[in-house]
Design a binder for this molecule. Structure first.
Ligand SMILES: [Zn+2]
Length: 534
């Protein structure tokens, strides 16, 4: 039995495998009564193996390795306590950085089962106070579903099914363009069917490939009003198992395959979340088991019996079953067009006098058509399309009137800054999204304003000093506070963009204070003043 990570009754706000932008939810979220500062307990004996502090992602997060081969992860903390806190502070001072990714030796921070080592919070990409809790296999780093690994919840309610979607697929399990349809379902207790119990497909759904299905369903847990993600689904056709999907473990590389597991086109269009029961050769998500990739060959006039089972971790189950009829007519004799396409199973390089794009093998999920032209910008796919591996983009600076570091590459409709380097008059960046890439310049330093004191005052009585930061075009690269030329720890919170200085208790009297804030294009703003601390 593990020790519960919180003192309060454990209450879930999200479970494992939930569909998030660009990733699966790799743990569970526990409510913290809407507040920060609740005690976090170690679930088992062990030692702190990693501490990461970042204004993004998991915020302040602690990893504890246990003797049973499991690592427990506690994210979005507000504060560390005791020995952990003092060792982390020393590390930050040593690195002169608030943001650290620190892996202490196994004997440095031992932890006892039940020990309180941190307080809950809302740091990083968190939209409200909660504890994000994960279990991982220490060796493989696979994230494990806590609900089936010692953190069970009482649940007698089966998942509900909202709809299914049917796709025409080619022999490589790529979707034929504009050849899919949604069927909504009717419910009778835990049995679901299609209206009139029958679904028809036109004969042009038949090709050298077959058809595939995706499922829109969600789980419900006793005592909760909001929905959760279901644990697993099984697709059977004519009593033959075609595809099993089960959220028992997911790797961090695997998590990105959500961009092909979920029907993202449908999500962008209607906000409905369909999870596919078919996969391409290049989809290595761990949570599938299938021998046939989920593709179902069909002929005109075929009749199939389709069954979908969807279940939660307690095996509460709902079933959808219906007959599928293929109408008579001509099958689709076209050849799947992959000319001018970037393909999932090969690398791709484009080069002209102004731009170079390098796309590694296994980057896109399905063929992406492309039409390059030497222009001031270059477009690959559509803005915001997530890819499995980053691509490299090089753009040539044509008239460099400014120092090189003022130029950067941006991507997409929202002109997102990409971390840019320089080489022989070229800008180089990696991108995790497709879209339109172009060059921009930034010559303006970030702006900061004191938000809980007056920057003109010469006497400060506050114990915490706060500044609000804004950076228009790129991103904050560095922020440093010096008092009498000595580096001080500043905390940066990306939500709302604030810098915090927790004034040491013994800091009193007259001191020289200097704050430097720098963006990615080396534009720096400096504020210096002699201040009397009360
Ligand atoms: Zn979470």
């Amino acid at each position: 039995m593990y020790f519960p990570p919180l003192d309060i009754p454990l209450s879930l706000s999200a479970n494992f495998g939930e569909l998030r932008p660009n990733h699966f939810h790799m743990g569970i979220d526990y409510r913290t009564n809407g507040r920060e500062g609740l005690n976090i307990h170690a679930i088992e004996d062990g030692f702190v193996s990693r501490v990461k502090i970042s204004p993004f992602g998991y915020g302040k997060v602690v990893y504890i390795d246990h003797p049973n081969g499991i690592t427990s992860v506690y994210a979005h903390c507000s504060k560390f306590l005791g020995k952990l806190d003092s060792i982390v502070s020393l590390q930050q001072i040593k690195e002169q950085n608030f943001e650290i990714d620190f892996k202490p030796d196994s004997n440095l921070i031992p932890i006892k089962k039940g020990e309180i080592f941190a307080l809950t919070g809302n740091t990083g990409n968190s939209s409200g106070p909660h504890l994000h809790f994960e279990l991982r296999d220490t060796k493989t780093e696979l994230a494990l579903n806590p609900l089936v690994n010692g953190f069970d919840v009482y649940d007698t309610i089966p998942p509900t099914i909202q709809g299914i979607k049917i796709y025409a697929l080619n022999k490589d399990v790529y979707r034929w363009p504009n050849k899919s349809k949604i069927a909504n379902v009717v419910r009778n207790k835990n049995l679901y069917s299609i209206l009139n119990n029958k679904l028809t497909l036109t004969s042009d759904y038949c090709s050298d490939g077959g058809i595939g299905f995706s499922l829109e369903a969600e789980d419900h847990i006793n005592g909760y009003t909001h929905d959760f993600s279901y644990f697993g689904s099984i697709l059977l056709v004519n009593n033959d198992t075609v595809f099993i999907h089960e959220n028992d473990e997911i790797s961090f590389d695997g998590s990105k395959f959500i961009n092909t597991h979920e029907d993202m086109d449908e999500y962008r269009k209607s906000k409905r979340k369909f999870q596919k029961s078919f996969k391409t050769n290049e989809n290595y998500l761990e949570s599938y088991s299938t021998s046939k990739k989920g593709i179902i060959p069909i002929q005109p006039k075929d009749s199939l019996h389709v069954q979908y089972f969807v279940y939660d971790t307690h095996n509460n189950q709902s079933e959808l079953s219906f007959d599928l009829k293929v109408l008579p007519g001509n099958p689709n004799k076209n050849v799947f067009n992959i000319t001018n396409c970037i393909l999932p199973n090969s690398k791709f390089t484009y080069q002209d006098s102004l731009s170079t794009i390098e796309i590694p093998e296994g980057c896109v999920y399905e063929p992406v058509s492309t039409n390059f032209q030497a222009k001031t910008n270059i477009t690959i796919g559509s803005n915001g399309t997530a890819i499995q591996l980053p691509i490299q983009v090089k753009l040539k600076i044509r008239n460099s009137e400014l120092p090189l570091e003022k130029y950067f590459i941006k991507v997409g409709g929202n002109n997102k800054y990409l971390e840019t380097t320089y080489e022989d008059g070229w800008l180089i960046a990696q991108s995790k999204y497709l879209g339109t890439f172009s060059i921009d310049i930034d010559t303006i330093a970030p702006v900061f304003v004191a938000s809980n004191f007056n920057q003109n005052d010469s006497i400060i009585k506050k114990s915490i000093l706060t500044w609000k930061i804004s950076e228009e075009k790129t991103q904050l690269k560095d922020y440093d506070l010096f008092i009498d030329n000595e580096w001080q720890l500043l905390e940066y919170e990306s939500k709302g963009s604030y810098l915090y200085f927790n004034k040491p208790k013994d800091l009193k009297g007259l001191h020289k204070i200097k704050l430097i804030v720098k963006d990615a294009c080396e534009n720096a703003r400096i504020w210096e003043k002699d201040i009397w601390f009360e």
